[in-house]
Design a binder for this molecule. Sequence first.
Ligand code: ZN
Length: 172
Amino acid sequence: MNYRFCPNCGKRLTLRPAGDDGQVPYCEACERYWFATFPSCVIVLVANEQQELALIHQSYLSDSFDVFVSGFIASGESAEETAVREVQEELGLEVQQLISTGTFWYPDAGQLMHGFIAYTKKAPLSLSDELDGAGWVPAAEAHRTMFPVTASPPAYAIYETYLKNENLKKKE
Ligand SMILES: [Zn+2]
């Protein structure tokens, strides 16, 4: 979000030089800069010990299981805490190990995505009400339904990292 009015006092902001950052909106009443803000989210590939991925079905996207767990980072939470919480809330799974796969700027949504691989034990999925369905899919076959139908560069990059870490090749 690019600020035009002060979120504290409502006064119209002026532009003021802020070192290397150039012209930045500034509130003369509160004497502070308002740098642009954007949502931070997590996107989590969930894998079990049998090299299967827990994929979520969203009926507005396609007929298959094709998306990773994702969610917004709450104020006061670390990205790691959000990842563990979202896996628990959306699928009812306990994360055993969490690996960061880096961050991605997602231009379509104007969001910073924090990518993770979450290892869990294979267990029946207990879905949140927000989801239409989910299932375990062999990791080497997941690309058939995930891409390019819902082609998401962060998801694809995390998937590639997982395959490499596990020494898996995609089955065509
Ligand atoms: Zn102000």
